[in-house]
Write a protein of this length. Structure first.
Ligand SMILES: [Zn+2]
Length: 94
């Protein structure tokens, strides 16, 4: 079973699920600015985040990812953690 698309040999992996080519595509789309606050981000300093979380079916594609600054990425992770915690509290118990 293939879990991910094969990565071309000359395309360096820069994150858990993202290659240099995809990172550059995202950063160019956003004008090298954080998608949340607009702070300038670089290829080395950007944090790449899934717009639709993987656990909800989001893909590891440029279309489903955006670049955030460190602070916004941490804020986003806290919001997602709280959302999942509230969601699991609301689910009916068997
Ligand atoms: Zn930001």
């Amino acid at each position: 079973m293939i879990l991910h698309d094969p990565v071309p040999r000359n395309d360096r992996i820069v994150g858990a699920y993202i290659t240099e080519t995809v990172a550059r595509e995202i950063l160019e789309r956003q004008g090298y600015a954080c998608a949340a606050c607009g702070t300038a981000v670089t290829a080395d300093g950007a944090h790449f985040d899934h717009i639709v979380p993987v656990i909800l079916g989001g893909q590891h594609t440029a279309r489903n990812m955006h670049a955030l600054c460190l602070l916004c990425h941490h804020r986003m992770m806290l919001l997602q953690r709280d959302w999942f915690a509230r969601r699991s509290d609301e689910e009916p118990k068997a």
